[in-house]
Ligand binder design. Structure first.
Ligand code: GAL
Length: 636
């Protein structure tokens, strides 16, 4: 690894912090005495504690979790506060993370479950008389010029941690942004490894559907030849859903038979829920002593930091899995300051001793851990609407009720900075163009999700877009073995499968609307636009779809498709699309060469595709050579 990690303890840290619940670090961490770093000022007051660090005029900061409204944070005041549907650059997020990475070879993780505030660049009054840079007045011609002089040599980063009297801080030093992000992910226990089917296409059915309607959707996917691996059921499968009973409603009188039929058709089934247990839930009474002192929608909020609560919840979910369920979507586990105030307050108390503020930061992560326990060694890729620090190893993807294309693209670019995965899901569409552009982004994200929870028809049927949709869903399947390999790298080295260009290319510090998918550059076109400007890193590139050669730098592209670029010298394993992934699926692979590939190799991962304990085999492929494999047939 091209990064090193250091831990410094300031004051007396709190008991309930993310490291307490995270898997062990997979990289060494060196402890350093706070006295050895005098440039970091630490103090405690009645407000909590505070760290002040110097910034240079050029320090840029990326990260802070799932930020849907901003990319670069220099100058921002980021409050790491858990909230559904964030509206500004304030830091509020479904999944705020007190971790950022800079463009200057250092990154910082603050181990707290508090609403920490990062003031990313303020000038201090040092008591010194500052020289005016020039006595002459200067005419400003643009707002950029007007604000350019706002940062100076006295700039600092201030981190305020409410309540706490101390905190552990992890510093990462590394060559590139990507190296430091990978190191943070390895500190988190490594990236998650989904099952192969988890990377296929996922459709969430309308919440009011009954079993015939779900079966009709399943038949529709197969008869229309639209590849689909996973179907999700939304609230209506429960007898009570706000809060949840976790009991099948009368809409599904033969749910076991339905699950058997769907499984035989190659579908995996995912159930929507939240963790607020309704009085009618079979686990309600057992959870009473292990839940917080506030109810949400009349449901208990289990304290998943307690093994008793985890065991009750996980054991019940094991029974659902035994009937054929392969994943769960945990909704509403974020916060609600911006969306109606429905969650538990920050002053809530949980039996472990944690308060509501801390539990908001840990809720989604502890739930994910609980569901992992229910699934045993079976791998999943599921959904959750809140995660926090050190969550990279949990195979859960974040989503939002927001729906602006730009926010969804920003999330796709940003999530990988902080060990998170993000689904820019398709729901309804204004028109065919809106549908296609959104789905193009979906297909090149960590989870290819159509969330039709309020739509009684597949959203493309009335827009006469089924053929175009098929092509996009098949494209996802063509890249599936490649993406699976990228996830294996995430798992073993911490390198995120989907990430901002600046992770790999320092010159891409301003590129906020393109991202890397594996090592390919994706530059999605927004709905309503026919083209866009694309920035490519220095060197020679090829358009995947147009086959054209491009030089690094800016160019303009017009296309109905998604601009996708491959670096010269890349051998890319492309699969023939399959309708879904079965345990014995064999992919027909074509090795596509971009530029001079005489010496080039590429990799594919062979394993059972399903379980944690599997043996992974890394296949190295070259042009003109075959390889013995049960999973891949390399076409000449
Ligand atoms: C929302 C969630 C949606 C959908 C809906 C069902 O909170 O974000 O994806 O699941 O609930 O009621």
């Amino acid at each position: 690894m091209k990064a090193s990690l250091f831990k410094i303890t300031f004051g007396t840290p709190e008991a309930f912090v993310p490291t307490r619940f995270a898997p062990p670090s997979r990289v060494p961490v060196k402890e350093i005495d706070a006295a050895a770093v005098p440039e970091i000022a630490f103090s405690v007051s009645r407000r909590g504690c505070k760290l002040v660090l110097p910034l240079t005029a050029a320090t840029q900061l990326y990260g802070f979790g799932l930020q849907l409204r901003s990319f670069k944070h220099r100058g921002n005041k980021i409050t790491c506060r858990v909230n559904a549907d964030p509206r500004s650059t304030s830091g509020d997020s479904h999944a705020p993370v007190p971790f950022f990475v800079t463009n200057e070879g250092w990154a910082m993780y603050v181990d707290t479950a508090r609403n920490a505030v990062f003031q990313c660049g303020s000038d201090r009054n040092t008591g010194m008389v500052l020289q005016a840079e020039s006595a002459e007045s200067k005419v400003m011609n643009s707002t950029d010029e007007l604000y350019a002089a706002r940062t100076s040599a006295t700039s600092v980063l201030t981190v305020e941690i409410p309540v706490a009297e101390g905190v552990e801080v992890y510093f990462i030093k590394g060559d590139t942004v990507g190296d430091m992000v990978a190191a943070y992910n390895m500190l988190s226990g490594g990236g998650c490894m989904p099952p192969m089917w988890g990377l296929g296409n996922f459709y969430r059915c309308c919440g009011q559907f009954n079993e015939e309607q779900v079966m009709a959707i399943a038949d529709g996917f197969r008869s229309l030849k639209l590849p689909c691996d996973i179907l999700g059921l939304e609230p209506g499968w429960h007898t009570h859903s706000y809060s949840c009973s976790y009991v099948w409603s009368e809409r599904f009188p033969h749910h076991k038979e339905m699950l058997e039929k769907l499984t035989a058709q190659g579908f995996k089934i995912n159930l929507w829920e939240h963790a607020f247990a309704h009085p009618a839930a079979p686990i309600h009474d057992a959870l009473i002593p292990y839940s917080g002192d506030y109810l949400v929608w009349n449901g208990l909020v289990p304290d998943f930091s307690l093994p008793e609560a985890v065991n009750i919840f996980a054991d019940y979910h094991k029974k659902l899995c035994a009937e054929g369920i392969t994943g769960f979507k945990l909704d509403e586990c974020d916060g609600s300051d911006l969306t109606g105030g429905w969650s538990f307050p920050d002053c809530a108390m949980f039996p472990s001793g944690m308060d509501g503020e801390q539990y908001h930061h840990l809720f989604g992560t502890l739930y994910s851990k609980t569901i992992k326990q229910a699934l045993g060694s079976n791998r999943i890729l599921s959904e959750v609407r809140n995660l926090g620090a050190l969550a990279a190893s949990y195979p859960f993807v974040l989503y939002s009720d927001l729906y602006q294309f730009e926010d969804f693209l920003t999330g796709t670019v940003n999530a990988g900075f902080s060990g998170l995965l993000w689904a820019p899901e398709l729901r309804h569409a204004e028109n065919k163009d809106d549908l296609i552009r959104r789905l193009q982004l979906v297909a090149f994200s960590a989870q290819s999700l159509v969330n039709a929870w309020y739509l009684d028809k597949m959203p493309w049927l009335e827009l006469d877009a089924t053929d175009e949709v098929r092509e996009i869903l098949e494209t996802r399947m063509r890249f599936l073995p490649y993406l699976y390999t990228a996830f294996y790298d995430y798992y073993t080295t911490g390198k995120p499968p989907v990430r901002a260009l600046v992770c790999d290319y320092p010159a891409a510090g301003e590129v906020k609307d393109q991202f890397l998918f594996g090592d390919l550059v994706v530059a999605p076109i927004a709905p309503g636009k026919t083209g866009r400007d694309v920035w490519l890193p220095e060197g020679e590139w090829y358009g995947f779809f147009d086959g054209k050669r491009y030089e690094g730098g800016l160019h303009h592209v017009e296309t109905d498709g998604v601009p996708l670029y491959v670096k010269a010298g890349t051998l890319l394993p492309i699969a023939e699309p399959v309708p879904y992934i079965a345990p014995d699926t064999v992919f027909d692979i074509t090795l596509r060469a971009f530029g001079d590939c005489a010496e080039a190799t590429c990799r594919l991962i062979e394993d059972d595709g399903l379980t944690d304990g599997t043996d992974y085999r890394v296949l190295t492929l070259r042009r003109g050579e075959t390889v013995a494999s049960k999973r891949y047939r390399i076409l000449p």
